[in-house]
Design a protein around this ligand. Structure first.
Ligand code: SF4
Length: 316
């Protein structure tokens, strides 16, 4: 359904080129849910936005983005407009900013159906009611304005909009980050249910590996614009960065983990000034001397897993 083949994104700024994404290759089959994780600035949202070419004009995309076999990078604007919403749609983090505050939510959910000429006005009204019920909202909410809904309800509306044109792929960029834990759990349950029942492919972006593991079949981890690990969500990580990322969350009921969190020291590197060798080496707790000079590519790590670390072969 989606294949990223050597995807690179470079922002051309007055101060020089900034490589935000470097050679990412990743595929998602129909009905499969893949999670993309990493710290802020790792390039995961840039990957998400590049799939529907939603990046600013300063961004240059290299490589191929195949959506159901068709290269998004090569599409003309007419074809791209047709593919947005109907081929793939996106759910953003902040529903408050994703919805028009002066339009009723029913009109906003109906808009892609009408723009794509997939329904008449009366058919769209029926579909809006169906979609609202599908995401757990009463049909009468179609007449509400965004400010009349809670944060969780607004995020459900965003999901209803994403489903409106029956896309084959949904990209969810931090869809629950702005929600409290209880509402987050409800929205994750909803996403899980919809993906399974509608046979939709899902690319879900988050910095929170536990959220991704809850929903996704496979996880991919990015660091400094590159994939450093991909593998089944059900088995453990092998790359030192992925392991540190998954261990960074304190354990409820364990004061030791709160007082001494096991996160990483330091910050991710500036994409404009990436360190040589393995980009992670300045923060890696198990780095070898050679890691500062020898680049490392993704390599098989067993269990249908790839990891970009020189120590992985020793662990296989
Ligand atoms: Fe750490 Fe070296 Fe592995 Fe990079 S290649 S993750 S620096 S051990």
């Amino acid at each position: 359904m989606l294949e990223l083949d050597g995807l690179s994104v470079t922002y051309r700024l007055a101060s020089g080129d900034v490589p935000a994404v470097r050679g990412v290759s990743l595929s998602i089959a129909a009905g499969e849910a893949v999670g993309l994780a990493g710290e802020s600035g790792s390039g995961k949202s840039t990957v998400a936005l590049s799939i529907l070419r939603l990046l600013p004009r300063t961004a240059r995309i290299d490589g191929r983005i195949l959506l159901d076999g068709e290269d998004v990078v090569a599409m003309n604007w007419g074809r791209l407009r047709a593919v947005r919403w109907s081929g793939a749609s996106i759910v953003f983090q902040g529903a408050q900013h994703g919805l028009n505050p002066v339009r009723r939510i029913g009109d906003q959910i109906a808009e892609p159906l009408l723009v794509h000429r997939l329904a008449s006005a009366s058919q769209a009204a029926v579909r809006v009611r169906e979609l609202l019920e599908q995401v757990g909202l009463p049909a009468w909410r179609a007449r509400s304005y965004p400010h009349e809904l809670s944060g969780g309800q607004r995020q459900r509306v965003m999901i209803a909009m994403a489903l409106a044109c029956s896309p084959q792929l949904i990209i969810a960029d931090e869809p629950t980050t702005a929600l409290d834990l209880m509402v987050q759990a409800q929205v994750l349950t909803l996403i899980r249910h919809l993906i399974a029942s509608e046979d939709i492919a899902l690319l879900m972006i988050s910095h929170d590996l536990s959220v991704l593991a809850d929903v996704c079949d496979r996880l991919a981890v990015m660091y400094a614009g590159r994939l450093v690990e991909t593998g089944p969500a059900a088995s453990g990580f092998k790359h030192p960065y992925s392991q540190a990322l998954s261990a960074a969350f304190p354990t409820v009921g364990d004061p030791a983990s709160r007082l001494a969190p096991r996160g990483l020291a330091g910050d991710p590197p500036d994409p404009a000034e990436l360190p040589g060798g393995c980009s992670f080496h300045p923060r890696c707790p198990v780095a070898l001397e050679s890691c500062a000079t020898s680049p490392v590519e993704l390599r098989p790590a067993g269990d249908d897993r790839l990891a970009a670390c020189v120590l992985v072969e020793e662990k296989c």
